[in-house]
Design a protein around this ligand. Structure first.
Ligand SMILES: N[C@@H](CCC(=O)N[C@@H](CS)C(=O)NCC(=O)O)C(=O)O
Length: 204
């Protein structure tokens, strides 16, 4: 039986990459101005999840929430991050570094969407700004195809999603960062990404 991935209408790049058959269960946000998401909230406490939330992932008796826990499980199950001790350390650091950027974006989009915060987010001299992250990732990716060398690991999908969000809000934001642009394109052009974009599961 295929696993089930439940979320608001969004995507599951890692599942696509590992090629696992899964069912996407999309919940509707609801309509403006309230976006009550009733579809989800009426089901939230009925699924047997320890910490009910979305995204969730149900694979037989395995029931997970929290995106990182889900990604780590899928990566382990598919031996995606299997590597030397040194590479494992790099996977851990890359995951947390990419997650920090993701949380900066979440703060900006959901809590702080105003002109001053947007300017600060794009200011290279500001702590926690997008350029401050891009500089560090550029240096890591200078001689490396992906965050942990020649093969994709789960943190690449956290960073890819964050770059997609950043590009959506600030289309020019990678203009000065050719290393990151090339990295973004490398992931964008993975066969699994292309197949996903052409599938009915794809959303903008
Ligand atoms: N730490 C999680 C928490 C999960 C979460 O906050 N889910 C949000 C969407 S990203 C939600 O709308 N949850 C619905 C709920 O609280 O029931 C994350 O990184 O996304």
């Amino acid at each position: 039986m295929p696993s089930t991935f439940g979320y608001w209408k969004t995507r599951a790049y890692l599942l696509e990459y590992v090629g696992e058959p899964y069912e996407m269960k999309w919940y509707d946000f609801g309509s403006p101005p309230d976006y009550k998401g009733e579809d989800w909230y009426k089901e939230k406490f009925t699924l047997g999840l320890d910490f009910p939330n979305i995204p969730y992932y149900i694979d037989g008796d395995t029931k997970l929430t929290q995106p990182l826990a889900i990604m780590l499980y899928i990566a382990r199950k598919n031996e995606l991050d299997e590597s030397t001790e040194e590479e494992k350390q790099l996977v851990d650091m890359s995951e947390l570094q990419a997650q920090d950027l993701r949380m900066e974006l979440v703060q900006l989009f959901y809590k702080n969407w105003n002109e001053e915060a947007k300017r600060a987010f794009l200011n290279p001299d500001e702590k926690g700004s997008l350029p401050s992250y891009l500089k560090l990732f550029s240096s890591r990716l200078q001689d490396s195809k992906f965050l942990v060398g020649e093969h994709v690991t789960h943190p690449d999908f956290i960073l890819y999603e964050s770059l997609e969000w950043a590009l959506f809000a600030f289309p020019d934001c990678l203009d000065q960062y050719s290393v990151i642009q090339n990295y973004h394109q490398r992931l964008y052009n993975l066969p699994s990404m292309k197949a996903f974009r052409e599938s009915s599961k794809s959303v903008d």
